[in-house]
Design a protein around this ligand. Structure first.
Ligand code: GCU
Length: 352
């Protein structure tokens, strides 16, 4: 695999003569490149958020959990924007690692969530329904948070992925004041289009100490060059509104693109990164998702850390390569965020 990666000749994340102290600056440059060329520029964070607690149940999930239903509001260019979140955490007065889960609407995502098991294992979970932020369709930005900010129409306006990621950071704002949340173990996670979103949220917001991409595929963790399944051309044709206008320039031109998705995975360093694939998910391309994790791992190594610990063969199915700061697994099965994935993410976080 290392040879395959080397042969790809990816644009360099680190410039010649790189020294560790340059990383912060270079990391910001990577994020700027991705903002200008792929996901669009986010507005600045609001000065503060307002929190309206609609439910604060200390006896949730049969008694073992805190369960809160909360509205988060903040000022935007065009008035207040409000969205609801749900929060569960163990009810023991201690601080816990918390997942900010950017979720599909409940029918698709909430049911398979092993929520009770997560709380029993000592994890909290704050989740938002992504379409409470912005609808997942080409609505000409007339709904949700999209209509709350003026558009520049210069190719760099944010797409829906940016909007969903921005909301994940507002959940982090809420968690900063939440006594059961250990901010040193704050994770952001999403599946598929929301795995792309989790990576982008993690690249922008360093409060996310663990960034978890489940089957994020094209324009997520998967390297775009020499990729199976979905391509930049296809994704910018079918889902143009996920990205900024500029991203279309690279349709069919992956090899000439001045960046690739390892800019995104590397931008998580020096925090923890977990990339996962599903064995039958050729649309997302497990091989290139692994390459995205490996390429990031090289940056961690250059920073004097342990990147992805991997024996450089085909990855063993269902094995979590989780010893370093970058982790990877390929779960047997299809495109899904499964209990088996969550268990591996919890193990990873607990081990650090
Ligand atoms: C489509 C899309 C993918 C995306 C996936 C999902 O398949 O092409 O890029 O990841 O939907 O979000 O489920």
């Amino acid at each position: 695999m290392k040879e395959i990666l080397a042969k790809m000749n990816l644009p360099k994340v680190l410039e010649d003569g790189f020294v560790k102290s340059d990383w912060d600056k270079r990391r910001r440059e990577l994020v700027d490149i991705l903002a200008n060329e792929e996901f669009g520029i986010m507005p600045s964070a609001p000065d503060k958020i307002d929190v309206e607690v609609k439910l604060d149940n200390k006896e949730g999930l049969g008694g073992g959990a805190v369960h809160k239903e909360v509205n988060i509001s903040f000022d935007t260019e065009k008035g207040k924007f409000t969205f609801p979140i749900t929060y569960f955490a163990p009810n023991d007065g201690k601080k816990h690692p918390v997942f900010v889960y950017i979720a599909f609407t409940p029918a698709r995502a909430f049911k398979p969530l092993p929520l009770e098991e997560m709380v029993e294992k000592g994890f909290g979970l704050a989740f938002l329904d992504y379409q409470d932020i912005a609808l997942d369709k080409d609505d000409e930005n007339e709904n949700g948070i999209a209509k709350m900010y003026a558009r520049r129409n210069d190719g760099t306006d944010w797409g829906k992925i940016g909007m969903w990621a921005f909301a994940a950071s507002r959940v982090a704002d809420f968690l900063e004041k939440e006594e059961s949340c250990d901010m040193e173990k704050l994770a952001v996670i999403g599946h598929s289009r929301l795995g792309k979103t989790a990576l982008w949220a993690g690249a922008n917001d360093e409060r996310f100490k663990f960034v978890i991409s489940n089957d994020s595929g094209c324009s997520g963790a998967a390297i775009s060059r020499d990729k199976e399944g979905e391509s930049i051309e296809r994704i910018t044709t079918v889902f143009p509104y996920w990205f900024c206008e500029n991203y279309k320039k690279y349709a069919g031109k992956e090899d000439d693109c001045p960046f690739d998705q390892h800019f995104l995975t590397s931008a998580i360093a020096p925090r923890y990164l977990y990339v996962a694939s599903a064995s039958q998910d050729s649309w997302a391309c497990p091989r290139n998702e692994l390459l995205g994790a490996m390429a990031a791992g090289e940056i961690y190594e250059a920073l004097g850390m342990t990147g992805l610990v991997f024996e450089d063969a085909q990855p063993k199915a269902d094995h979590s390569y989780n010893e370093g700061s970058v982790a990877y697994h390929v779960r047997t099965g299809n495109h899904f965020l499964a209990r088996q994935d969550w268990l591996k993410y919890m193990d990873f976080i607990a081990s650090k």
